[in-house]
Design a protein around this ligand. Structure first.
Ligand SMILES: CCCCC/C=C\C/C=C\C/C=C\C/C=C\CCCC(=O)SCCNC(=O)CCNC(=O)[C@H](O)C(C)(C)COP(=O)(O)OP(=O)(O)OC[C@H]1O[C@@H](n2cnc3c(N)ncnc32)[C@H](O)[C@@H]1OP(=O)(O)O
Length: 184
C-alpha cells in the first residue's frame, strides 16, 4: 500500500484493545442505517455490503458489483470502490466501540473490477493515537484469497454524538445506536 504519513500510525500509537460490549468473534455487523448507500438493505441501488468480524479485531465483508455501480462500461466506478473501502473500514467503529468519522481515505486501484464480481473486503486497525485511528483495508476479486484489486489506508477521527446532533439526524442515529451515549 502506498500511503502518506497522514495515514501511518505515529511512533507510540497503540493497537486497539478488545472493548467490553463490542461485537464478539463470529458476530455479524449489521447495517448502521437502512438507507446507507454502502450497507443499507433498503437502498435501491446501494452496495448492500454485508459484514462480520471473524475475530473481534478485523472486519470481513462482501459486495457484488451491480449495473448501478459502473464507471467505464461494465467496470466498477473507482468512487464506488472507495465507498466500499470506507464502509468496511468504518465498520471497525463497532469494534472500537466509539463513534468515529472518516478524516482521510487513500486508495490504490490495482485491478479493474467487472460488473458481476463479488469483492471480498477485509479491514483492520494499525494503531490509535489520541482521537486518531489508523486503519487499512483490501478488496480481493472472487474469493477471500483472490487477487487484490483495491487497497486503502484511512485516518478516522473520534467524535462525540454531538457531531451527529449538529450535522446529521441525531434521532435516527441514536435509534440505530442505542448502546452509544447520546448526550455525553
Ligand atoms: C456515518 C456513521 C453514523 C453513525 C455513527 C454512530 C455510531 C457509530 C456506530 C457504527 C457505525 C458503523 C459503521 C459506519 C460505517 C461507515 C461510515 C463511513 C464513515 C464516513 O463516511 S463518515 C462521513 C465522512 N466524513 C465526515 O463527514 C467528516 C467531516 N469532517 C469533520 O467533521 C471534521 O473535520 C473532523 C470531525 C474529522 C475533525 O474535526 P474536529 O474539529 O473534531 O477536530 P480537528 O479538526 O481538531 O482534528 C483533530 C485532529 O485530526 C487531524 N485531522 C482531521 N482531519 C484530518 C484530515 N483530513 N487529514 C489529516 N488529519 C486530519 C487534525 O489535524 C487534528 O490533529 P492534531 O490533534 O494532531 O492537531
Amino acid at each position: 500500500m502506498t500511503r502518506s504519513s497522514l495515514t501511518t500510525p505515529p511512533p507510540g500509537a497503540n493497537l486497539p484493545e478488545a472493548q467490553p460490549g463490542a461485537p464478539s468473534p463470529g458476530s455479524a455487523l449489521v447495517s448502521h442505517y437502512d438507507q446507507c448507500f454502502a450497507c443499507g438493505p433498503a437502498h435501491p441501488t446501494g452496495l448492500h455490503l454485508t459484514a462480520r468480524t471473524p475475530d473481534g479485531a478485523t472486519v470481513e465483508a462482501e459486495f457484488t458489483v451491480g449495473e448501478a455501480h459502473q464507471g467505464a462500461p461494465r467496470l466498477a466506478h473507482g468512487g464506488v470502490l472507495a465507498t466500499a473501502m470506507d464502509e468496511v473500514i468504518g465498520m471497525s467503529v463497532y469494534l472500537l466501540h466509539k463513534p468515529y468519522v472518516t478524516g482521510r481515505l487513500e486508495t490504490d486501484y490495482l485491478l479493474p473490477v467487472p460488473v458481476g464480481t463479488t469483492l471480498h473486503l477485509r479491514a483492520w486497525c494499525n494503531g490509535i493515537a489520541g482521537r486518531k485511528a489508523y486503519l487499512e483495508a483490501e478488496g480481493r476479486i472472487g474469493a477471500p484469497d483472490g487477487p487484490v484489486a483495491v487497497r486503502a489506508a484511512a485516518l478516522f477521527i473520534e467524535v462525540n454524538m454531538e457531531h451527529f446532533a449538529k450535522h446529521a439526524d441525531l434521532a435516527v442515529t441514536a435509534a440505530d445506536h442505542q448502546d452509544y451515549e447520546v448526550n455525553p
